[in-house]
Design a protein around this ligand. Structure first.
Ligand code: AMP
Ligand code: ZN
Length: 464
């Protein structure tokens, strides 16, 4: 049984999908005007953990991560500039040059972090203008919209007792920042369609029954989630900054348009990753990308390992020192994995450990406890080497930190052995197999094992 913390109820709940053994999951995706930072990447690593846990429990997961390539303004209150248009102007590029470049960079980052993408849909907002216009039409027909001089707005004061305010809950109480846009009847109203400026032309704009313009940011998620997951689906995720206003707005417009409640059964929000005392944010400029991490000689796997040391609902503070500490621990982990990864693989995992691991992960995705269990397993003298390794491999189906494929340790090869390897390579080129076999024997006598591979010979030190 999976239990998860649902922002809608503010409680841990038993997971019950709409369709047996299937999960529809929507993860709010990146706004592709810049590289994503490691805070953004926390959201996608968390979503990947959720997916892997569902799959481990034999659910098939239909996952959607949208690509925001229009309409996200510099201010959440529907004021400000479109982040993508602004960046295109600054860089003297077209909007699509910007979005294509940073979408590709995002794909590279998530691949490097072992985030599963097989079967995942990555729909773009600009490819779904028709669906967004249809959604506005439905809301207009139901009388939930009004026109202002700068666009079409959703009228939140008409909402019946909807989940809108429940997800927003704490954020609203804490007086979340809502820029007062003078065009709004009520501060919680939000733009569905923004009109292009009267005296200027935007790069990204479309005609609509209300005038030339572009979709409001929240609209794309409702339109694409409904298109790919249906009018009601199981799980929706994002960082806690989306608890207000993005997700309540999605709920308001989706439930009003379809007439079905709830739009989403379980809302999962990851806490922030902070840096230098504040939420890591592109707008503040205190951000670190995965490339910065790699350039410091730290692997993406180490970042993933470090991040999983905190529960997704706990804040985590990024520092280079913390990451270096994690890197040392990770190296030790890999040393253990290497020493356990014998020639004699294929043992069954330890059932008791797997059972505990599953319980931990099924209890609201408790990755720090899972890592603690991993270290307990490594130190457990009662578990045989091959069983330990296959148990770790099983853990890695969810953790995905490279436990099943520990990198070879760098070994020092004496000059004499290196010369013999070279001679053997020459003999193999000449197809002199007899000589090559004799040279292999000589190499082995000196305590080194040689394994041929398409990339060349691989050398291992023999244990005895
Ligand atoms: P954005 O590209 O700004 O739409 O953000 C993409 C995802 O990253 C969203 O789910 C955000 O909630 C999440 N996010 C943004 N900043 C952080 C942060 N510092 N820590 C964790 N998640 C974040
Ligand atoms: Zn979204």
């Amino acid at each position: 049984m999976i239990r998860l913390y649902n922002s809608l109820s503010g409680k841990k709940e038993k997971f019950e999908p709409i369709k047996p053994k299937e999960v529809g999951m929507y993860n709010c995706g990146p706004t592709v005007y810049d590289y994503v930072h490691v805070g953004n990447l926390r959201s996608y690593i968390c979503a990947d953990i959720f997916r892997r846990v569902f799959e481990y429990n034999e659910y098939s997961v239909r996952q959607v991560i949208n690509i925001t390539d229009v309409g996200h303004l510099t201010d959440d209150g529907d004021c400000g500039e479109d982040k993508i248009e602004k960046r295109a102007q600054e860089r003297k590029k077209t909007a699509s040059q910007i979005t294509i470049f940073f979408t590709e960079a995002f794909f590279q980052d998530i691949k490097a972090l072992n985030i599963k993408t097989d079967g995942t849909l990555f729909p773009k907002a600009t490819d779904h203008i028709k669906e967004q216009l249809e959604l506005i039409k439905k809301l207009e027909n139901k009388g939930y919209t009004y026109k202002a001089s700068d666009g079409i707005y959703f009228n939140t004061s008409k909402l019946p007792n909807c989940d809108f305010f429940r997800v927003a809950g704490d954020q609203l109480k804490q007086g979340a920042r809502v820029e007062i846009n003078s065009e709004k009847h009520c501060p919680t109203d939000f733009a569905l369609w923004k009109l292009s400026p009267i005296n200027g032309k935007r790069q990204q704009e479309w005609s609509s029954p209300w005038g030339v313009g572009f979709p409001g940011w929240h609209l794309e998620c409702s339109a694409m989630a409904i298109k790919y997951l249906g009018e009601q689906f199981d799980v929706h995720t994002g960082g806690i900054d989306h608890k207000f206003p993005h997700h309540p707005n999605e709920i308001a417009q989706s439930e009003t348009a379809t007439g079905k409640k709830p739009f989403v059964r379980y809302w999962l929000h990851n806490e922030f990753l902070s840096f230098e005392g504040a939420k890591m944010a592109k707008s503040v400029g205190n951000f670190v990308t995965l490339n910065d991490v790699i350039e410091k000689g730290i692997s993406p796997q180490v970042f993933r390992y470090w991040l999983l040391g905190a529960h997704y609902r706990s804040p985590i503070s990024f520092s280079w020192q913390a990451l270096r500490g994690a890197s040392n621990a990770y190296d030790k982990l890999m040393e253990h994995a290497r020493s356990l990864c014998t020639e004699d693989l294929g043992a069954s995992p330890d059932e008791a450990y797997i059972e505990t691991f599953k319980e931990i992960m099924n209890d609201d995705f408790n990755t720090p406890n899972a890592l603690a269990l991993l270290w307990k397993l490594i130190k457990d003298k009662k578990i045989k080497k091959d069983v330990k390794f296959s148990t770790m491999e099983e853990f890695d189906k969810i953790l995905a930190i490279g436990l099943s494929t520990p990198p070879e340790a760098e070994i020092e090869v004496p000059k004499k052995v290196a010369d013999l390897i070279q001679k053997r390579e020459e003999a193999r080129m000449d197809k002199d197999w007899k000589k090559s076999d004799l040279l292999r024997d000589e190499i082995e006598e000196l305590g080194f094992m040689i394994k041929d591979s398409p990339e060349g010979p691989k050398i291992k030190k023999m244990k005895c």
